[in-house]
Design a binder for this molecule. Structure first.
Ligand code: NAG
Ligand code: NAG
Ligand code: NAG
Length: 277
């Protein structure tokens, strides 16, 4: 989350698991606030009642969490990312990114690597993202690549059931604005070509800060990352009403980790960014 970016820039503090916590995109969190979404379920945020509900596909409320029940992440593992803040009056209506599942890292030391596009509200206290993961997380996983959509916010961490993918698979991570009324916005995050990865959320504040990110935890040697490069391509961003905004992706690298992101093609139309491990 951008407010906590400074925390990890302080250096490569040993990123090891903390007792009673688990890893999710955004940092280490308590186990008690992790929620796997039911198939075809959705999240309903009710700002008046200060609650977030998990709704089953048949409309039944399965769970309700106080909107402010989640702790602040204790560590943030964003290693390299590019970002853009929408200051236009029209909200972001869609944000797409395409990338290919890399070969597995040569070594496995229990590390977690997350690759994703995401959007956050201006407050930086939440994130919606279709995530490619190598290694374990709150959603499961292990010594293989898998995908899920995540919403991490003040009411907890919510994720779709992990789906295993393999090196060479092409992923299309898409976040779409489905509706907005006043200051309540509804979105869906999904891998359009992987069934079961759609996470819908209704009634949250506007998401304004778009990123393409590499995040990791418990990396102990360089070969814990995939070798070579990952190309984030087909980066397309549109505003409500169909306008394509003027976008300049701004890169942040954590030089101590030796990873870099380079903008090859800037803008909001078929932009391309290369992550070098
Ligand atoms: C979820 O939706 C998909 C696509 O509409 C459908 O094929 C599947 O049966 C649904 N699953 C459940 C558990 O409702
Ligand atoms: C709705 O779905 C939930 C979760 O799958 C189930 O527990 C419940 O019995 C269902 N309710 C109805 C009325 O079908
Ligand atoms: C959460 O919000 C409720 C209602 O606004 C408030 O009473 C409570 O103190 C808050 N809890 C925390 C931990 O901030």
């Amino acid at each position: 989350m951008h407010t906590s970016v400074a925390v990890f820039l302080l250096g490569l503090i040993a990123r090891s698991a903390l007792a009673g916590t688990t890893v999710a995109p955004g940092g280490w969190r308590g186990w008690n606030n992790m929620h796997q979404m039911p198939a075809n379920g959705s999240l309903l945020h009710d700002p008046e009642a200060h609650e977030t509900h998990i709704i089953a596909s048949n409309g039944t409320t399965l769970f309700s969490a106080p909107a402010n029940s989640s702790e602040v992440p204790q560590q943030s593992g964003w290693i390299t990312y590019a970002s853009w803040l929408n200051t236009n009056s029209a909200p972001i209506s869609s944000f797409k990114m395409t990338w290919t599942v890399p070969l597995a890292p040569k070594t496995f030391n229990g590390q977690t690597v997350f690759l994703f596009n995401s959007i956050e509200p201006s407050s930086g206290n939440a994130i919606l993202q279709p995530v490619l993961q190598y290694g374990p997380s709150a959603a499961g996983g292990g010594q293989y690549w898998s995908v899920a959509s995540w919403y991490v916010g003040p009411s907890g961490t919510y994720f779709t059931t992990l789906v295993r993918v393999k090196p060479g698979d092409v992923l299309h991570g898409v976040i779409t604005l489905t509706k907005h009324l006043g200051n309540k916005y509804s979105y869906v995050s999904q891998f359009t070509n992987v069934p079961g990865t759609a996470l819908s959320i209704v009634g949250i504040p506007q998401l304004t800060w778009a990123t393409e990110t590499t995040e990791s935890y418990s990396v102990t040697e360089e070969s814990d990352y995939p070798a070579g490069t990952t190309v984030f391509s087909g980066i397309n961003l549109k505003l409500s009403g169909g306008k394509v905004p003027n976008v300049r992706w701004s890169v942040a690298n954590d030089v101590q980790d030796g990873l870099t992101a380079t903008v090859n093609t800037d803008g909001a139309r078929s932009a391309k960014i290369t992550v070098k491990y």
